[in-house]
Design a protein around this ligand. Structure first.
Ligand SMILES: [Fe+2]
Ligand SMILES: [Fe+2]
Length: 292
């Protein structure tokens, strides 16, 4: 990536910081007509059971699932900050990559605080990650080399960005959430530009085996994110019986919905360095229902 381009990204970050404290109208309470998540993104929309829910149950489903989404973002970003903090230690302080990553860290920490405040505002009770999520999150963060972790991070950023885009564009979304997603979208766009360009160089040098491994790292990161959203406990909270049964239906429904909504950009990215081959394509189709 051109030096000037990274300098430009650093300059924007410094000169146009978006402070969650002032950018988001925190004092605004939700109106009766406001929603917290577009219906189409909730795990039950599209199933017969969804039509049997009362308006209050639908609203509550969106609220709880949205809280789960942003709590997962925050956790993922926190893990990535841990990695970046270690990574910049390997780069001299005057190195341009080091300086960009410092800006990214500053922004990511602000995002986490913002997500936490939004959860509070919604009276949310995020459900903790499963032990498996915990294990993989920590393990990969600690032991994977930097290029693999950047691959993972850009895949999560691309996927969650699309999710946020749908949410912020919904006409009657609660304004606090709209502005939160706007802010995140603007700052993440810069992180994505930087990371994608950084990875282009890695991918250009990679042979068949390495491209296969990169592809799998991305696939598992996406799977990791997707499986953090749909929770049985949420169905219990909104008063559904047979929450086990509902969970099974919802997980399957969400898998398809997620594939249709969120995978386009990341598929384009993986395809750009020939990450789909006979060793990876089947797994993308099977685990993510990706059309590749
Ligand atoms: Fe972020
Ligand atoms: Fe980011």
């Amino acid at each position: 990536m051109e030096l000037q381009e990274i300098e430009r990204l650093i300059k924007i970050s410094k000169e146009h910081p978006l402070m969650p404290e002032t950018y988001i109208p925190w004092q605004q309470e939700p109106m009766d007509s406001d929603i917290f998540m577009p219906e189409a993104l909730t795990s039950l929309h599209g199933l017969e059971i969804y039509d049997t829910l009362t308006p209050v149950q639908k609203l509550e489903l969106g609220r709880h699932e949205l809280v789960q989404v942003i709590a997962s973002y925050a956790w993922g970003e926190c893990l990535f900050c841990l990695f970046m903090t270690r990574h910049i230690l390997t780069l001299p302080l005057d190195n341009v990559e080091h300086r960009f990553l410092l800006r990214e860290l500053i922004e990511e920490f602000r995002h986490q605080e913002m997500f936490g405040q939004a959860i509070n505002k919604l009276g949310g009770r995020p459900i903790k990650q499963s032990r498996l999520h915990h294990f993989f999150g920590k393990f990969s963060n600690k032991y994977l080399p930097a290029d693999y972790l950047f691959m993972g991070s850009v895949s999560v950023e691309l996927v969650t960005d699309i999710y946020g885009n749908y949410a912020r564009k919904a006409p009657n979304i609660y304004p606090v959430l709209k502005k939160m997603f706007d802010l995140h979208n603007i700052e993440e766009a810069r992180h994505i530009v930087f990371t994608k360009n950084l990875l282009k160089a890695y991918a250009a040098k990679a042979g068949y085996t390495k491209r296969t491994l990169y592809s799998y790292v991305i696939l598992f990161n996406i799977l990791f994110v997707r499986t953090m959203y749909v929770k049985k406990e949420i169905f219990e909270r909104i008063g559904l019986e047979n929450s086990d049964q509902v969970y099974k239906l919802a997980a399957k429904n969400f898998k398809t919905k997620f594939a249709e909504t969120c995978l386009k950009d990341i598929i384009g990215f993986v395809d750009s360095w020939r990450g789909f081959n006979s060793a990876t394509r089947w797994a993308w189709r099977w685990l993510l229902e990706a059309k590749v």
